[in-house]
Ligand binder design. Structure first.
Ligand code: FAD
Length: 467
């Protein structure tokens, strides 16, 4: 009987699984279908490619298709889109330029990722509206930036509309959405001298972080001349063929391009058509081994749910490490060593110009209460290095714990870039994984030396205040 391990999707989750399976079983037949041309790429680096800090798309690729084929002996078929799964016959059907193939599987992994959300706004189909979800999106955006910087504007023969807020700029552009992709792209575009108008539906950027973190980052964005439009839901994109303006309830701002950073949705169409169950988050439901309700069919990465370490409930937080980790665990499981991929804490980090921020765990009081906790939160602002050391940074730590048990539930940290907010969040992640209390954290034996922190690191100070 043919027993191949078949993977749908050739990026973080898919290639981690295929590579691990190959390492653990040199003889297993492993087939990967990827509908695009790129595999094993770091989409996380795309904003820095668009910015111009990373020179080529190839630099974002960690293992090339040739290396997978020749060195890892993986039957990687790029340009092949899987269009159907038959879980009774245990086959997948893939289409490519050269025709249709029906591939049997012994184990199957769905690693189809997520797609950028395109909100149903009037005029959203106009030219000049971009998303940043794939390598080809990145290429298009970088080409756009290069053309615009060379003075090849679109609205007028010479260049785009005049900037409203900045005197000398490449052109006014809009970023819709103040999440991490929106903010990273605001930086990338501002670095190329665009006037960046960032539109956020709610009253703050970085919704999943603490208020203090959001305010800090918002100030940094303003300092860098990003025009923040808060409480500004985009109603329409106006123009003829090309987008010419962003319309909100109160304003109409002329722009020459719009970048949508309005979130992602799991790609679940294939799974749904094959009656593979989705969970309450809308992503594919899996058990601790990332197996779906259909035996021998697994799902991992941005298309799948995971279990939150604090609540124990299914959660959908599409991030790269989860995809890699769960993919790798599946690679072990399907080659004979059942391996749990581990829970998630929703840990995320973002750089916004010269600030950095991280969050982990449960910060939203409603979410904490729904999970049976009585949350209490404190925020401390502490020096990031010894007082006498010639540098004067601060770190703001917002820590949330359960009032009765003292169990740490989550944290949000922000500092100047390089002052350690992101790395400090790792101590809190370890506390969440260990279900530690604030008293436990207060007693953590963290490293100390003047160039790195104060004797009582800001994380310890925050725990002390809550203990
Ligand atoms: P994907 O990377 O989406 O890969 C899925 C693959 O499946 C795609 O190549 C797709 O073409 C293929 N596919 C889909 N359907 C089919 C089909 N039917 N047949 C064949 N192939 C198919 N995460 C972080 O942790 N930190 C960051 O800083 C960060 N920054 C990011 C910045 C940007 C701009 C973007 C877009 C994402 C960022 N992420 C970040 C998220 C991270 O990239 C994802 O979590 C990760 O790529 C998920 O990997 P995946 O393998 O699940 O899915």
């Amino acid at each position: 009987m043919s027993d191949p391990f078949v993977v749908v999707g050739g990026d973080a989750a898919g290639m981690s699984a295929a590579s691990k399976a190959r390492r653990d079983d040199p003889d297993r037949e492993i087939v990967v279908f990827e509908k695009g041309e790129w595999v094993s790429y770091g989409a996380c680096g795309l904003p820095y490619y668009v910015k111009g800090e990373i020179q080529s798309l190839e630099a974002l690729v960690s293992v090339t298709p040739e290396e997978f084929r020749e060195e890892r002996d993986i039957d990687l078929r790029t340009g092949h889109e899987v269009v159907a799964i038959d879980t009774d016959e245990r086959t997948v059907t893939a289409e490519s330029e050269s025709g249709t193939v029906v591939q049997p599987y012994g184990h199957l992994l769905l690693a189809t990722g997520a797609a950028a959300v395109v909100p149903p706004i009037d005029g959203i189909d106009r030219e000049g509206v971009y998303t940043l979800g794939s390598m080809s999106d990145g290429k298009e955006l970088r080409d756009y930036v290069a053309r615009a910087r060379d003075g090849e504007g679109f609205q007028q023969p010479d260049r785009g509309p005049a900037c409203r807020y900045l005197e000398d700029c490449t052109g006014p552009v809009a970023v819709v959405g103040g999440g991490y992709i929106g903010i990273e792209m605001a930086e990338a575009l501002a670095a190329n001298d665009f006037e960046v108008n960032l539109f956020q539906r709610g009253d703050r950027v970085l919704k999943g972080f603490s208020d203090e973190t959001s305010e800090y980052v918002a100030e940094h964005l303003r300092d860098e001349d990003v025009v923040l439009h808060l409480d500004a839901e985009v109603r329409a994109l106006s123009g003829d063929d090309r987008v010419e303006a962003v319309v909100t309830a109160d304003d109409r701002i002329e722009v020459e391009m719009v970048l949508l950073g309005t979130g992602v949705r799991p790609r679940t169409d294939l799974a749904e058509a094959a009656e593979i169950e989705l969970g309450e988050t809308g992503a594919i439901a899996t058990d601790a081994y990332r197996e779906t309700n259909v035996p021998d069919v697994y799902a991992a990465g941005d298309c799948a749910e995971a279990t939150h370490v604090v609540t124990g409930e299914p959660a959908y937080v599409p991030l790269a490490l989860t995809a890699n980790r769960h993919g790798r665990a599946i690679g072990r499981t399907v080659t004979g060593t059942p391996t749990e991929g581990g829970d998630i804490a929703g840990t995320a980090a973002v750089k916004a110009f010269d600030s950095e921020a991280a969050r982990t765990g449960i910060l939203d009081p409603e979410e904490a209460r729904a999970a049976g906790f009585d949350p209490v939160t404190e925020t401390v602002t502490a020096k990031s290095r010894a007082g006498y050391y010639p540098a004067d940074g601060t770190v703001i730590v917002t820590l949330t714990a359960d009032r009765d048990s003292g169990r740490v539930l989550g944290a949000s940290l922000v500092s100047e870039y390089g002052e350690g907010a992101v790395h400090r969040s790792h101590a809190i992640v370890a506390a969440l994984e260990a279900k530690a209390t604030v008293t436990d954290v207060e007693n953590y034996d963290l490293a100390y030396a003047p160039p790195f922190n104060t004797t009582w690191d800001p994380v310890l100070v925050a725990a002390k205040v809550l203990a």
